[in-house]
Design a protein. Structure first.
Lengths: 253, 253
DNA sequence: CGCCCATTTGACAAAGATCAATTACGGTGG
DNA sequence: CCACCGTAATTGATCTTTGTCAAATGGGCG
């Protein structure tokens, strides 16, 4: 793990098996990760970006607060939570990341990570060394702009989270959460109405600025009202329209 | 305003008055805006980035939700608030920007702005066209990396705001707010203990996820405890140590 | 099969919101 | 220059939402 196998990626167009396995151009997440409208030449360059993948077992950290920054990570499969903490020990989940999502952008500012990313499921990420990302970006404007879009997307997402935490009440928060999750699952080809929650009530609570009991009660309330069906981690959205009414806010999801 | 005067910036080293007035290299905010360790050549290139400044009167919007994105703005002087809103009319202030701060990064993602930026004081901003920023970035790696740091800084700042909104109580929120403001004023050469608040109690409340009455009461409480002195918009921090204790969180400010 | 942890649910407490009244301030016009 | 007006701020009384504490139930994993 500490001595990652150097994938033998050459400038030549000879594509060996190892390369093919890692190439962005052959990854089934490429619509989520890669900019559109690339020339063949651009694609070859971008494929050089990722030469390492990393496996993180459930419960392990991908990055910790204070870690030296060197790479951005793209989730290939699995599920992560990212969190920051107060100096008296409380912590706050700032996001849940699934396939196609990017982790580690917080590290660029000071060269140290300010948050922790922990795998909630067995996971795999693509390692994108920042230096190389910037190098290739200078060469491939489409990648450059795409990377800026990804950072901007994170800013917009956090804006929405601030809106949620600053001005919504518990029912609105949970309804927004469910609808947002549903949309993200849909865009990844999963069912948008039936889902298995990867996180605990406590983790949902931390993310939404609520206590776990409040999350549980609100789930039960939604179930009574016929909006959803809940059985532990399994949730079925029965009335998306009704949920949207509960979540009066954030129409942009 | 719609036909911006093209500042006559030439490749030659002849620097006319107009150019000098706009040049980043001669701006007294350059420590806040510009990367360090630039060559003379780099500086000439970066000076081409900003060819327009824009004046925004108190109460006017710099950008509105839905506006087409084309530029990032750096605040030169004055004071802004940025906000997002729920579709039932409530709105949430996501940040206050003062000189050296950057506005508009949210627009990169979709080419449309998702938030509004409104001047709280008469203000002036430097307009940085995104296209030109990316162009020059490709040429000047130090600028490229610096821009990435600025976006990362915004992500980290929002993380801290999420931490505040998600897991701090009212006293902690207000104490954090005051200490943070104090630090930002200090880094701009102002007094870190005496300040004139540019925003109303309601705006502070929106930013902190509290009602204006709660903000007012908490100010009064801090004053009773001898931590601060408050007289309307004038605030003096008497006991920074004590305030830090109140704001147990976010040691990174 | 049993233990441990997650979840649910209930009763009560507390923080902050809401409603309302009063005071202070800043800008404007006489 | 001063009085007046409208907005901002303060303060009090009460109510609502959510947090806290506690107990019971249910599932998953070894």
């Amino acid at each position: 793990m500490n001595t990652p196998p150097k994938a033998s990626v050459e400038k030549s167009s000879v594509i060996n098996a190892e390369h093919l396995k890692l190439a962005c151009s052959s990854c089934n997440l490429r619509e989520l990760c890669l900019p559109m409208g690339l020339t063949q030449e651009d694609i070859v360059k971008i494929d050089e970006l990722i030469q390492i993948r990393k496996t993180i077992k459930k419960g392990e950290s991908l990055i910790r607060q204070g870690d030296l920054f060197h790479s951005i990570y793209a989730v290939r499969l699995g599920f992560f939570k990212t969190m920051v903490n107060t100096d008296d020990g409380r912590d706050q989940i700032t996001g849940f990341q699934m396939s196609g999502d990017v982790i580690g952008l917080d590290g660029i500012q000071t060269d140290f990570h300010t948050c922790e990313a922990l795998a909630i499921e067995d996971s795999e990420v693509c390692v994108m060394p920042m230096e190389r990302l910037e190098e290739i970006s200078r060469d491939v404007p489409a990648l450059q702009h795409h990377f800026h879009k990804i950072m901007s997307r994170e800013i917009v997402r956090e804006n929405e989270q601030i809106l949620l935490l600053g001005s919504m009440r518990s029912e609105e928060r949970l309804a927004s959460f469910l609808l947002n999750l549903s949309n993200r699952l849909k865009s990844r080809g999963f069912s948008q109405s039936e889902m298995i929650l990867r996180m605990t009530r406590e983790e949902i609570g931390s993310y939404l600025g609520l206590k776990l009991e409040t999350v549980s009660r609100t789930f039960s309330k939604f179930a009574e009202e016929g909006l959803i069906r809940v059985q532990q981690k399994a949730v079925i959205l029965l009335d998306t329209k009704g949920l949207s009414l509960k979540a009066k806010a954030s129409p942009l999801d």
